[in-house]
Design a protein around this ligand. Structure first.
Ligand code: N01
Length: 531
């Protein structure tokens, strides 16, 4: 029997840090199991042209070690996928993590053996492993969603999903390319593909709000400054709602005249950052205040895009700004001024099928050499469900979560003892600057494992009561927010047929969440069942 004290699934930001904590701080015999052939998680799979992070580089990394923070130099405002991968490899080398990672193995089954108080795991390479603690570091956005469009299997060209991009260079030269989807990934990749392809046809179902990223090289002065301010930055990232290095203004939209307000929006637009939403305290809270921001963005797009019909389709918004994930772009709207770029409005001209040669819509039949699916993910729950988890009393996760993804703090699930989740449903996860939230989760889990060890306890499990109360808390906060005003969003499971339609992440902000987690820890996990 191959036994480990702890097994971690996934070698991205969360798995790597959790390995360091379990192995080096708790002295647990630990293994990371990773499906990919290398580390990186999201940044291993998302190799599509234009892939970049939209958190500012100096905030997008680990802060647990001053040395690691200061010995790495970010050179751009928003790091490229390949740069983030290099950063993670740098961290891996510093901590010597690879020796405890098993690559090219995908978990296909995980079962809790009640009598032994052990988790039994199976991989697609027929490996069978056992562990006491199972930690899921599988990411929130790792199960790609390729919509089941009639006819895809007969398509003779090649197709790709942005989140499963091949390692080998994809050639777009002289190619006629389709792109379905205009979320964060689609908005990033379209300008890059349009530079290479003979023709790019973008299929848009819902227009998205996007702010210019204004990416740039960082000056020497800026780099010296962020390294010098390590302690200050670390503290700031912990107290802002999304774990970014910007605070929300105290000003209301209605404190100012339209002219004064637009000056502030203009400045934020020129700066380019996710902080656009933080210009006023009420943009993300009050629908009328929100409208002033969405109108400003709309006017900007109408000015950039020359063809009025296209501009209208791009601004035909059906949801408040920030009720779906806000995006940053580099020349996305400008791309529609190029002769080789066409926009198809799926609202008026929906896809009916994929044919041997391309895509049929209600009004046209397009021929394509390649199709890109920038169609998102089975977010948050998908990666956990794909593990095929069975808990106590033969309870399967897919059955337990058939109505909602019940968990306590997004960290543990009733009936699934000794199973921890990083960035799971019910935690702030995708609503935050992810590495900051990951550090909090990993440190909470580490402290919990330390407590169990010290007190000679064999298992811990979320109680059904605390998990149900937590679901109620999420619902209450979500109902009071603008998130629920989006007609359709992956935050609510709307993008996946059959998925429960409930708000999935915790929308109360990181500082509030952190306080709750700290209290639970201080109270010695009273809300959990410990044996
Ligand atoms: O996915 P999405 P994404 N027919 O779900 C459309 C993170 N991320 O990969 O809005 C036609 O946001 C769908 O249309 P609609 C970030 O958290 C971060 O872009 O559902 N269209 C939408 O336009 C982000 O939010 C970064 O009507 C279909 C698009 O596909 C998350 O990942 C970069 C369709 C999917 O958008 C996911 O972003 C990239 C269908 N059947 C990603 N199904 C950065 O840090 C879906 N769509 C910068």
């Amino acid at each position: 029997m191959i036994y480990y004290d702890s097994i971690i699934i996934g070698a991205g930001f969360s798995g790597l840090y959790q390995l360091h904590q379990c192995r080096d701080k708790l002295n647990l015999k630990t293994l990371v199991i990773e499906e990919g052939s290398d580390l990186g998680g999201t940044w291993y799979w998302n190799r599509y042209p234009g892939a970049r992070c939209d958190s500012e580089s100096y905030t997008y990394g680990y802060t647990f070690s001053e040395k690691i923070y200061k010995n790495w130099t970010w050179k751009e405002k928003y790091p490229k996928q390949i740069t983030i991968l290099k950063y993670l490899k740098y961290v891996e080398k510093k901590l010597d993590l690879k020796k405890n990672i098993l690559f090219n193995n995908k978990i296909i089954l995980a079962k809790y053996l009640e009598s032994k108080k052990l988790w039994k795991l199976k991989t697609n390479k027929n490996k069978e492993l056992f562990c006491k603690y199972l930690i899921c570091a599988v990411g929130s956005l790792s199960v790609a969603n390729i919509p089941k469009i009639k006819g895809l299997n007969q398509y003779e060209g090649k197709y790709y999903h942005t989140g499963r991009w091949p390692k080998k260079n994809v050639n777009f030269k002289n190619q006629v390319v389709a792109q379905i989807g205009t979320g964060s990934s689609g908005i990033q990749t379209a300008p890059e593909i349009s530079k290479k392809a003979k023709k790019l046809v973008i299929f848009q179902r819902t227009p998205n709000y996007s702010i210019p990223a204004r990416n740039k090289k960082l000056t020497k002065e800026f780099i010296i400054n962020f390294k010098k301010n390590y302690v200050k930055i670390k503290r700031l990232l912990k107290i802002t709602p999304g774990g970014h290095a910007f605070n929300f203004s105290n000003r209301s939209v209605f404190d100012l005249s339209k002219v004064e307000r637009n000056k502030i929006y203009e400045k934020a637009w020129s700066k380019g950052s996710l902080s656009f939403r933080a210009c006023f305290v009420d943009i993300t809270k009050n629908i009328k205040a929100n409208k002033t921001a969405s109108n400003f963005i709309k006017e900007k797009i109408l000015k950039i895009v020359k063809d009025k019909k296209i501009a209208k389709i791009l601004t035909n918004f059906d949801h408040p700004f920030t009720s779906k994930r806000p995006t940053l772009n580099t020349n996305y709207y400008e791309t529609f001024n190029k002769k080789n770029v066409q926009l198809v409005d799926l609202k008026s001209n929906p896809i009916t099928e994929i044919t041997k040669k391309g895509i049929k819509t209600k009004k046209n039949h397009f021929h394509f050499d390649k199709i890109i699916f920038a169609t998102g993910y089975d977010a948050l729950t998908g990666p956990l469900l794909s593990l095929n988890l069975t808990g106590k009393k033969q309870i399967k996760l897919k059955d337990f979560w058939c109505k909602r993804p019940t968990s306590y703090l997004g960290l543990m699930i009733p009936n699934f003892p000794n199973l921890f989740i990083i960035q799971g449903p019910g935690s702030p996860s995708v609503l935050t600057n992810v590495p900051v939230q990951i550090e909090q989760h990993v440190e909470w889990i580490t402290n919990c494992l330390r407590f169990l060890k010290k007190n000679n306890k064999k298992s811990i499990e979320a109680s059904i009561n605390s998990a149900n109360n937590w679901s109620g808390e999420i619902k209450k906060l979500a109902d009071a927010s603008l998130f629920m005003k989006a007609k359709s969003s992956w935050y609510k499971g709307d993008n996946i047929p059959g998925k429960p339609k409930v708000f999935i992440p915790y929308p109360g902000g990181m500082p509030r969440y952190r306080n709750i987690c700290n209290k639970v820890e201080k109270n010695q996990y009273k809300e959990f069942l410990i044996k």
